[in-house]
Structures are given as structure tokens and as C-alpha cells.
Design a protein around this ligand. Sequence first.
Ligand code: SF4
Length: 350
Amino acid sequence: MHTLLDTPAEDLLPGLLPLVPGLALHTLRRIQAAVFRNHGAYPAGLPEISPALLGRLAAVSPLPALRLLDRRTSPRDGFSKFLLRNPGLPGDFEAVSIPLLHGRGDPKTVACVSSQSGCAQGCRFCCTGRLGLARSLLPWEIVAQVLAVRAAAPAPLRGVVFMGMGEPLENLDAVLAAVHILASPCALAISAKAISVSTAGIVPGILRLADPSAPPVRLFVTLFSARPEVRGRWMPVTRRHPLPELRDALRRYHAATGRRPTLAWPLVAGVNDSVSDAVALARWLDGLPAALDLIDVNDPTLSLRPPSDAARNAFLDALRLHARIPVSRRYSGGADILAACGLLSASAQP
Ligand code: SF4
């Protein structure tokens, strides 16, 4: 059932009118905006809206809510992790609050949300992948994660990244519904350009995001390796969508949207951090307009290690020599509370 948490007021009104006679669109929009200001619950009252009408609406269209099972904040870097449950369904999931400091005195918060409980993709460098898939999340469950992060955030919420548990492009209808409501002026009014969607490389989903009707979100693709045998071993999705097919989809995405995808590269010592790995990436790019995010792998079992500074620098030097691609090192915070990239497991708490 759709509610004010996951559906714009204009789409809800026709279904609500027989149940709440006299409800007008501008009234429903005001109530929706108030619900979002009130962290996802109906307000006790609203000026110029009769308590009877508000009560009738709340009775016929109750708002679901997540239960917060645990929240912890890293004393090191201020990242917070929220363990959440929909009391009506199995499968817990996590959201992360990321504090950003852009310039002096302008702190911001970004919400990192899950699109699934667990994940079926089985990437070997990721704790979530080791869980398997419990289920895909509903649109309101995604929106409610953002509300939970915003309610506790020390600074204004300015963006959302779909980089938590799960493969967003395997639950794309729900993700797009959530993006639609997050961007709505009556909800959180977060520009779609401030929303990032990350994928392991699900080609049909990338092509859907290339469609002119899709919102202009930023696309991140975890590449990990441009060597087919290495990527196939570490990211089973490569068997379904081989590297040439993925590159073709990214070319089409760039041609259709004008936006450059960002390739995420979790660096694992001895696996994908050598000069020949950088050369293979340069060859694979073959002029594809993209940016690269290097992330040191996080592994609580310590069987996977990030590269040494010397190896990382050699990788970067080779990349500069062979490819023109902007490279950033992504800080993956909250490692001490298992909130960093690849560490979400909805159960193991330090
Ligand atoms: S990296 Fe992403 S797609 Fe891969 S297993 Fe982890 S959550 Fe799933």
C-alpha cells in the first residue's frame, strides 16, 4: 500500500478522495510536507486544516515506521550507523550517516542507504555479499532510512547515496520511487543530482538510468578489475554482464545523459593493485569518459589488506601514464563501527 512516505500527493489523491471526502490537493501537499518535517509521522495539528480531516486521513492511510534496533557513532570520524527493522517483515538493514566538511563552517550530512536486506551479488570483498539476499526493500523503507539519518544528523542533509546493503539496480523500481519522493518539494527536496546510485554492473539497470525519463542521479559502478578472470573471480556479476558489455552500457549511458560514470575500485593488496592492473584498466577504458574512486578495502577478518603506499603510488603513476581519467581516493569512514564501504552486515556489532 502506498502512503505519503513514498508517493507524491497528486498520485495518492484519487485513491484517498472516496475515503476522505473534501480532501484537496493543496491540503494533501501541505500534510505531506508536514509529515516529512515531522520525521515521517502525522503532525498533531496543522494551521487551517481541521483536526477531523487530519484524523480521518491518518485513520485511512496510516504511516508505517521502522524500528531503530541500534545506533552507534564512531568516536574517530563521526560516522553513525543505524540498524533498522520493519516490524512486519524479516530482514534487517543498515543506513549510515556521513558527516562532510565542505570548506570552513559549512558542515553537511549525506545519508548512505540500503536498497536490499543482504545482497545476492556475492562480491568477495564485501561483508554484505557474504550474507546472501534476504529481500528487496520497499520504497518507504528506503525513504524512512533517510528520515532516520536526517533526524539524528548534526548538520543539514544534502545528499543521499545508494551505497549501503544490496544492489540498487536489482530493486530499481523501488529505488526510483524513493528517489522521486526524496526529490519532491513536498518531501525532502533533495536534488536528484545530489543522489548517487551505485551498482556492481547490472547492465539493464544502467540502460534504464540512461533513459531520458530517468532522474539525473549520479552513477557509480564498482569495477574492481578490468581483467576478466580477476573480476569474474571476485565479482560473480561479471559472468552475467561481461566487461565489454558493461563498457558498452557505460558508453551508452554517457552518450544519452552527458554524465560521466564514476568507477569504484576497492584496492586489495596483491589482487588488483599492480601496475599491470592499472594498464589493463587504461586499455579497458578505451576513451570511455569516466572518473575513478580508489577505496582501500575494508575487511574485518583481515584476510584482505589494502595496498602499501608504494604499491598505490605505482598504480597511480601507471594510470597517469596510460589513461586520462580523474582519480580520487575515497575516504571510507566508520570502519571502527563496521559502517565503512563493504562492512555492512545488519548484525555484527563491534
Ligand atoms: S559490493 Fe554491493 S553489489 Fe557487491 S555484494 Fe556488496 S552490496 Fe552487493
